[in-house]
Design a protein around this ligand. Structure first.
Ligand code: IPM
Ligand code: MN
Length: 357
C-alpha cells in the first residue's frame, strides 16, 4: 500500500484544534482511497519556544526534511513579541521555509458559490473569481542583507534590504508561467518598478520569460494599482506573480474576496523535497481553545498536500468536493455564519466533514 510520512506542526493558538480536525479527515480520506498516512507531530513556533527556547528545534527541522509532506497549522502569539527577533515564532517559520528551500508559495483564491454572501464585497464583483497568488517566499526584503537597527547620534534608525537575484526571479517565474499554462494562460506580474531598482530587474526577467512562454498573456501592475484592482475587478486576474512582501500583503487582501481568511489554503514548494502546506490565516489567539475556529482552510491545505505533495489527485478532489458539499448544505462556522445558517463549532464542522467522506 502507498504509505506517506506526514509531519504535523500544530503550532500555536487555534493550531491544535484545526490540526485535530485535519488529521481525522486525512485518516478517513486515505482509507477510502487506498493509501496510508503515518503522522508525526513536532513542536514548532511558540509551543517550541516554551519547551526549548527556540521556535524551530533541530529535531523538528530534521523531521520536516525527512518527511513526504509537512502540514502546518499556525504559529504566533503577541506574548512573544517582546522576545528578540531570533527567538520569535515568525523567525522559526522563515527559517523553516529557507531551510527547506520552499521558494514558491501558492495561494489560490476561488469563490465558493455557497459563500458568495459572506464576502464584504458585492456579489457581482466577486462572482466567478478564480485566481492564484504565486508569491516568492525565500528572498526579497524578508531575507535581504544588510539589515539592522542602530543609534545614530540623537536618532535611532532601522533598515532592511529588498534584493533579488535574477536566478531567484527566474525560478519563481518558471513556476508562475507553468501554472498559468494549466489555467487560463494569463499572468500578471506585480512590482514597484516605477520606484525600485529591484522591481525593474524583476520586470525585466519576467519579460524575458514572457518571450519563452509566448502562449501566456502577460501584464504588469504596480503593487498599489494591483491592490486597487483586486477589489475593483478581481475577475481580471488568473495568476498573480509577485515578490515576498507584496505577495504577503496582496494574498491577505485577495483572501477577503472569499469572505473569510478562514477559507484559504496555501502550498509552499521548492525544486525538490517535501512541500509545506498551511492555511493563510494566523493563530487567532483571541479565539484559541474556544472551539470557534474555522477548520476549512486547514482542511483545504490538507487537500493541496494530497494533490501537490503526494500526487493523490482523486483523494484531493474528493476532499474538496466534501468541503463544498458541507458548505452547500448551509453549515458554517461563526466567522461565516449569517441568517438562516446553523453555526457550528470547529469540532462539529470536523464531524460533518467526516460524515460526508
Ligand atoms: C504569512 C504570514 C507570515 C509571512 C508571517 C507569520 C511570518 O503572514 O505566511 O503570510 O509574513 O510570511
Ligand atoms: Mn501574511
Amino acid at each position: 500500500m502507498r504509505n506517506y510520512k506526514i509531519v504535523l506542526l500544530p503550532g500555536d493558538g487555534i493550531g491544535p484544534e484545526i490540526t485535530a480536525v485535519a488529521k481525522n479527515i486525512l485518516n478517513s480520506i486515505s482509507k477510502k482511497h487506498g493509501f496510508q498516512l503515518t503522522f508525526e507531530e513536532h513542536p514548532f513556533g511558540g509551543q517550541a519556544i516554551e519547551n526549548s527556547g527556540l521556535p524551530l528545534p533541530e529535531k523538528t527541522l530534521e523531521a520536516c526534511k525527512g518527511s513526504d509532506s509537512v502540514l502546518l497549522a499556525a504559529i504566533g502569539d503577541p506574548k512573544f513579541d517582546v522576545l528578540e527577533r531570533e527567538k520569535r515564532p515568525e523567525t522559526g517559520l522563515l527559517k523553516l521555509r529557507a531551510e527547506m528551500e520552499l521558494f514558491a508559495n501558492l495561494r489560490p483564491v476561488k469563490i465558493i458559490p455557497a459563500l458568495i454572501e459572506a464576502s464584504t464585497l458585492k456579489k457581482e464583483i466577486i462572482e466567478g473569481v478564480d485566481l492564484i497568488v504565486v508569491r516568492e517566499l525565500t528572498g526579497g526584503i524578508y531575507f535581504g542583507k544588510p539589515k539592522g537597527r542602530f543609534k545614530d547620534n540623537e536618532d535611532e534608525r532601522a533598515f532592511n534590504t529588498m534584493s533579488y537575484g535574477s536566478k531567484e526571479i527566474d525560478r519563481i517565474s518558471d513556476i508562475g508561467f507553468n501554472l498559468a499554462k494549466t489555467r487560463r494562460r494569463r499572468l500578471c506580474s506585480v512590482d514597484k518598478a516605477n520606484v525600485l531598482d529591484v522591481s525593474q530587474l524583476w520586470r525585466d526577467r519576467v519579460n524575458y520569460h514572457a518571450q519563452i512562454h509566448s502562449e501566456v498573456e502577460v501584464s504588469h501592475l504596480y503593487v498599489d494599482n494591483a491592490a486597487m484592482q483586486l477589489v475593483k475587478d478581481p475577475r481580471q486576474f488568473d495568476v498573480i506573480l509577485t515578490g515576498n512582501l507584496f505577495g504577503d500583503i496582496l494574498s491577505d487582501e485577495a483572501a477577503m474576496l472569499t469572505g473569510s481568511i478562514g477559507m484559504l489554503p496555501s502550498a509552499s514548494i521548492g525544486e525538490k523535497g517535501p512541500g509545506l502546506f498551511e492555511p493563510v490565516h494566523g493563530s487567532a489567539p483571541d479565539i484559541a481553545g474556544k472551539d470557534l475556529a474555522n477548520p476549512i482552510a486547514m482542511v483545504l491545505s490538507a487537500a493541496m498536500m494530497l494533490k501537490i505533495g503526494l500526487k493523490e489527485i482523486e483523494a484531493s478532489n474528493d476532499l474538496e468536493s466534501t468541503v463544498n458539499k458541507v458548505l452547500s448544505n448551509g453549515l458554517r462556522t461563526s466567522d461565516l455564519s449569517s441568517k438562516g445558517h446553523r453555526t457550528l463549532t470547529c469540532s462539529e464542522m470536523g464531524k460533518y466533514l467526516l460524515s460526508e467522506i
